[in-house]
Design a protein around this ligand. Structure first.
Ligand code: FEO
Length: 402
């Protein structure tokens, strides 16, 4: 059965959701599923903006056929060539042989790589500032390189003031009938997944997102249509403010996130003890995670959210406990910056993790590493109570300064 919804009088959502996929990109757990959004503009010409992932192809083509209602498809605009959106291009061209494919030079290079042909006979190559008149609507093409991939562009509909934002403003989570952000409790139910999506998928490219936000600020935007998750048609300032913070690596909360690795519970006990001391000193919104039992994408998301992060880990084979080392590598890959961090280490005979973690964290931009740190020899000793207080004091003092 088809499942479509109008976004504006002439624009229809024809996407679909996948609630069976366990790992997005075969990496990220998505217990709430994911949507692949696609849109049709019905004007004198008909236009499809992006296809979908192969997993929801059946639903997508049923939706498209229903919306076109016997009309031919004139254009496919390819804003993004990652297969979760471009997978059905070949199939689409076979089903709609008259369709012209609109993309930029890089788009067609990638189409050739993925499909073995660049569809030269039907290609319409556009560049920054080009437009496509479809009747009552004029579509503007704005290049957005590295707002996730180099070929990414966004499309702006001048008439309805709609920005088709590619991966921008996307989020994990299946759509459940309510395809608009104003129809759900976004802050309660979606924000964490939106942050986890942004920080892990696009987080490395803050400067590129900033460049797009700057270009977008020159447009009058009434609706933001992302390729994943709810559409924004009210309170756009809410999500724009989040994107402003995430893309400039500004923390959302003055808060402490404590990330510990533990083999037998002793480092966990120290982490909890620190959390208790911080709370007693008035710190709110403290979050504590076991890095071995929390997916790294959740940890990255929480690191972006909070101003302060404590890393606590045992020494393992003379190095950093592997799961923690992986997290630090991911932080570097995603260009995490602007944090104040503190360290706790554990080691029964030769604790060196704090020094090694310090070296890795020093490679990140604008990261302040507090001098005060704690070394645990197997288990926190009663006489270390003062050290715990001192570390909590140092963290609180650094928060006061901000
Ligand atoms: Fe949703 Fe970069 O693809």
């Amino acid at each position: 059965m088809y499942n479509v919804r109008k976004v504006t009088e002439d624009i229809v959502w024809v996407g679909a959701s996948d609630r069976r996929l366990a790992l997005f990109e075969n990496i990220f757990p998505i217990p709430r599923g994911v949507s692949y959004n696609s849109y049709v503009l019905l004007d004198e010409k008909t236009v499809l903006l992006d296809t979908v992932d192969a997993s929801v192809a059946g639903q997508f083509f049923e939706n498209l056929e229903h919306v076109l209602d016997g009309r031919k498809l004139d254009y496919l605009i390819v804003n993004h060539m990652e297969p979760d959106h471009c997978a059905m291009i070949g199939d689409l061209v076979r089903r709609y042989p008259e369709v012209q494919v609109v993309g930029n030079t890089k788009t067609f290079g990638m189409i050739k790589q993925f499909f073995g042909t660049d569809f030269a006979e039907r290609a319409v190559t556009v560049k920054e500032g080009d437009t496509l008149a479809t009747g009552a609507h004029t579509l503007h093409f704005v290049m957005a390189p590295m707002v996730h991939w180099p070929e990414v562009m966004v499309t702006y509909d001048e008439k309805d003031k709609v920005l088709f934002a590619a991966d921008g403003f996307g989020t994990f989570g299946a759509l459940n009938g309510n395809i608009f952000a104003d129809e759900v409790d976004f802050d309660r139910d979606w924000l964490d997944d939106a942050r986890r999506y942004y920080t892990n998928i696009v987080g490395k490219y803050g400067a590129s997102v900033q460049a797009l936000l700057k270009k977008a600020s020159g447009l009058e935007i009434a609706v933001i249509c992302p390729l994943h998750g709810p559409i924004w048609r009210e309170n756009l300032g809410y999500i724009l403010e989040k994107y402003q913070k995430w893309s400039t690596y500004e923390a959302e909360d003055q808060a402490v996130v404590i990330l510990y690795a533990t083999m037998y519970g002793n480092t966990a006990s120290a982490a909890d003890a620190l959390a208790g001391r911080l709370a007693a000193k008035g710190v709110k919104k403290i979050a504590v995670y076991d890095v071995s039992n929390t997916h790294v994408s959740e940890l990255i998301s929480e690191i972006f959210r909070a101003s302060h992060v404590v890393f606590a880990a045992p020494t393992y084979n003379g190095g950093i406990y592997p799961v923690m080392e992986n997290l630090l590598a991911d932080m570097k890959a995603l260009a995490v910056q602007n944090k104040t961090v503190a360290l706790m280490e554990n080691g029964t005979w030769a604790p060196t993790t704090a020094k090694q973690m310090r070296e890795k964290l020093a490679e990140l931009k604008n990261v302040t590493i507090l001098d005060t740190q704690i070394t645990i020899k197997s288990a926190m000793a009663p006489e270390q109570e003062g050290q715990l207080e001192a570390l909590a004091d140092a963290i609180v003092a650094s928060m006061d300064k901000q």
